[in-house]
Design a protein around this ligand. Structure first.
Ligand code: GLN
Length: 307
């Protein structure tokens, strides 16, 4: 594919293929506010480093970003504290579900990576300690990078998660018992649930991910991460961004990617473009069925992958 080629025809073709998929999974049942979403819905956007965006389907419809936000809080914290972060959270795949507790005890309260819930709670806690309001920091970043000042938290989704948040509360309390959480746990959970509740479209999230295709440089040309840090975030996305399915995602898609239980997945072709796809039906590991299929088709049709 040449650099002058428009992505639009590829996106149209992918949407047709997805439209023929017989089974597109089930929406996240454990967050009641998401459970009613129709798995047939679909949108996809590609953003180029200069901010040009292509899209298909419901690419401008806001959906619940959920764990996709973990990439942005990681980048925002890494930009502030650098490598000291890695003393508090690892960067190895967990091989376990995103909300699992089992590794935490025998690994001394240090979560495997920043993209499982335990690791994201640590990152949000550290960002919160540094900024006084991690969720607001995230929202400001997303608004600026997407150019959409209307981005907002969905407080109904946050409240719904809070009401069913025993497992995340357990993770946070358990890590606090090891001294790996600084904030009071209720404060941290409020921050984390609001962070996850951000409603944004494929276009918004593809644009906001642009700094990872620009090797750490923000939309306005200022630098958020060093080139090396941007490489690190992309690497952790590749190895850990889709939980215990990260191996299969790398095999099928061949790009750094991060999924969320709202059905969104962001992905990065370093130096070339960023993608965001949305399909609310999930597989048993919590990744969007149509989203993974669409990214698989994208890298197959274009040859754009990191391999
Ligand atoms: N807010 C969700 C949770 O904490 C995020 C999980 C996800 O998107 N995988 O369970």
């Amino acid at each position: 594919m040449t650099s002058s080629m428009t992505f639009q025809p590829v996106l149209e073709r992918i949407a047709e293929d997805i439209g023929r998929m017989p089974d597109r999974g089930r929406p996240a049942g454990y967050i009641p506010a998401l459970a009613a979403c129709d798995p047939a819905r679909f949108g996809m956007a590609v953003a180029e480093p200069d901010g040009t965006v292509y899209g298909v389907g419901e690419w401008r419809t806001p959906f619940s970003a959920q764990s996709v936000t973990k990439v942005f809080t990681l980048a925002l914290d890494l930009a502030r504290e650098g490598d000291a972060l890695w003393e508090h959270v690892g960067r190895e795949p967990s091989g376990n579900p995103f909300n699992s507790l089992v590794q935490l005890e025998y690994e001394g309260g240090i979560p495997r990576n920043p993209f499982i819930n335990a690791g994201a709670l640590v990152v949000t806690d550290r960002l919160h300690t540094r900024t006084g309001d991690a969720a607001a920091e995230l929202l400001t970043f997303l608004r600026t990078e997407s150019g959409n000042p209307g981005l907002a938290f969905d407080l109904d989704v946050a409240a719904s998660e809070d009401a069913h948040g025993d497992r995340n509360a357990a993770l946070a309390h358990f890590m606090a018992s090891y001294g790996n959480i600084a904030s009071p746990v209720p404060v941290l959970l409020d921050q984390y649930f609001r962070q996850c509740s951000v409603a944004a479209s494929c276009a918004d999230l593809a644009l906001a991910t642009g700094f990872l295709a620009r090797h750490g440089v923000r939309a306005d040309g200022s630098r958020l991460l060093s080139r090396s840090q941007a490489k690190q975030v992309n690497a952790v996305m590749l190895t850990c961004g889709t939980y215990d399915a990260a191996g299969d995602f790398a095999y099928r898609v061949g790009l750094p990617g991060k999924s969320g239980v709202g059905g969104g997945i962001i992905a990065v072709v370093p130096g070339r473009c960023t993608l965001c796809v949305w399909g609310p039906g999930l597989d048993e590991r919590g990744n969007s069925v149509s989203g993974v299929a669409a990214l698989d088709r994208f890298t197959t049709l274009t040859g754009l992958s990191v391999f």
